[in-house]
Design a protein around this ligand. Structure first.
Ligand code: Q9C
Ligand code: ZN
Length: 280
């Protein structure tokens, strides 16, 4: 049963000058198309869905485009693009698929920039958080983006039905995630620590979770821990296949939402490897 990719070309319409560029997702899309994946089109999330995660005043500011920070531009119509990316995460959760959309989401907290971070790190709406709230089931979130998912931590901190695991480079942007607290299990890792350390840490993290209490696994699937990318932990294509196998062993309905990763070739190959590992 091959995982379907949730994708709309609309997410390629803005921001060609930014490092979080349409090119990265477009290249990943081409690779997955060549490799025979099936694609499904998302619908935008409703405002009601967004309000399950974000403060009403923040959503109003986002609609007006009054949310710019040094990492996160106020693109024209960004509210609509962000709503479509969130809707794609909701659809991925419904069909156990992979949302290949931008903008990313895991740095967006309830009011925008999360846990005291200076910026929203290219994120507007926490797509994965919206999907988890809409599903409304006990969920394990596994964040494999190379940056700490500070927005996701802020949103689910203390939630008795959610466990949040994040492996990330530290010290590094956004500066949070140095230690575990409450239901948020953080695993700060040194730059370029490499696959062996990474996989050992992931297994250690997952052993801490009582899987009997979990019904769904939601993966914040960023690819900037790839060797040479923005938050490099020295991972390679094969590492993502091994991560996929480890996630499959949890034996739960699982969905994936793209976060960062700034080399399109690596995103496409990384997704294929992750899903190949997950499926066999
Ligand atoms: N301008 C994601 O991977 N870097 N976001 C700040 C100073 C921000 C990464 C450096 C990196 C954000 C989704
Ligand atoms: Zn990242």
């Amino acid at each position: 049963m091959k995982t379907k990719i949730v994708f709309s070309e609309k997410c390629l319409e803005y921001g060609s000058w930014h490092i979080e560029s349409p090119k990265r997702v477009q290249r990943a899309y081409e690779i997955l198309r060549e490799r025979g994946y099936e694609f499904v089109e998302p619908e935008p999330a409703s405002e009601e869905d967004l309000l399950k995660v974000h403060d009403a005043d923040y959503i109003q500011l986002l609609k007006r485009g009054a949310i710019e920070d040094p990492d996160t531009p106020a693109y024209e119509n960004i509210y609509e693009y962000a709503r479509l990316s969130a809707g794609a995460a909701i659809l991925a959760a419904k069909i156990n698929g992979f949302s290949l959309m931008r903008p990313p989401g895991h740095h967006a907290g309830r009011y925008g920039a999360a846990l005291g971070a200076y910026t929203k790190g290219f994120c507007y709406i926490n797509n994965l958080a919206v999907a988890v709230k809409c599903l409304d089931k006990p969920t394990l979130i596994v964040d494999i983006d190379g940056h700490h998912g500070n927005g996701t931590q802020e949103i689910f901190y203390g939630d008795p039905r959610v466990i949040f695991i994040s492996l990330h480079r530290y010290p590094h942007y956004p500066g949070t995630g140095a230690y575990s607290e409450a239901n948020c299990l953080n695993f700060p890792l040194p730059a370029d620590c490499g696959e062996a350390v990474y996989l050992r840490t992931l297994e250690e993290a997952l052993r801490k979770v009582d899987m009997q209490k979990i019904e769904v696994v939601a993966v914040s699937a960023g690819f900037d821990a790839f060797a040479g990318d923005l938050a490099s932990l020295g991972l390679r294509e094969e590492s993502y296949e091994k991560i996929g196998k480890i996630l499959a062993a949890l034996n739960k309905p699982t969905f994936f939402v793209l976060e960062g990763g700034y080399v399109g070739e690596n995103i496409g190959k990384g997704i294929d490897a992750l899903l190949k590992g997950f499926e066999c």
